[in-house]
Design a protein around this ligand. Sequence first.
Ligand code: MN
Ligand code: MN
Length: 327
Amino acid sequence: MTSTRKTYPLDALVSPRFAQLGTFARLPYQRELQDIDVAFIGIPFDGGTTFRTGARMGPQAVRESSRLLRPYHLFLDVSPFDVFNVVDYGDVDVVPGSFQDTAEAISRTLRPLLARRIVPLVCGGDHSITLPVLRELARVHGPLNLIHFDSHFDFWDTYWGQKYTHGTWLRRCLEEGLLHRVAQAGIRGSQFSPDDLAYAAEHNIVVKTIKDFHDHGVFAALGSILETLPANEPLYVSWDIDVVDPAYAMATGTPEVGGLTSWQALECLRALVGKRLVGLDIVEVAPPYDAPGAPTSLLAANLFYEGISVLAKNYEQGMCVYLNLQE
Ligand code: MN
Ligand code: MN
């Protein structure tokens, strides 16, 4: 990664935070990829939802809620925008109503970024978009380790005979050989049957339900996942906002009560320092259901900031995302 900073959030003491166009963290909207290290990318597709739609409005709402992000991370002691050139790459031009065409658009958009070793921060959209994102990342890194934060398993085979939905992407990823070690965190809610758990056991998926988090705390629950993941293996984190309690993140398509607090959510991502994070998505933010003040989008914006800060902290500590490609 580069050491010359070419991109930086607008200076709030020159341009007030409520002014100017709403890019992520008030970073430059830029399609020029030279010297860029990290890119925020919106994928406003919600054709994979099985209950309430609305996640297509996610990326713009998260951008709007990111205006207050400041350049220094207090708890990780890092200034991520001093470490990386980060841009808002805009959105994938999705095809409403067609997962297949949208998946191709996602691949076309991500491929040049990944060829330049740019780390993608992907803002959904519903969870179906994670499959094409992982297809492209696996082309670069090989099979990835995955921590999947969600209140749902997302590994059902089909919905109404459809194989590509926000509830089936994980099974498709496993079938396509995109993943190595898989862990799920925050699972809860009523299930269809006990068989739902059987698939996890059959495929060696480590499951930490929300009970593990509430009974033992974030660091114990997540720590037992992290100790199964070697630090140097590429790790992707897919974060369904519905892993957070609807009291904090009500703006989502399939809410489940009893979830993480916003503070616990931040702690979960912060705990990834020292792991080779190669990409992060935050999906299922559906702004039409948000409360005044848009707390769900605000949380999602801050979770992205945690992700960028973890990447920056890792880099400061000598960890390169693209180990295999180092000369
Ligand atoms: Mn979910
Ligand atoms: Mn999900």
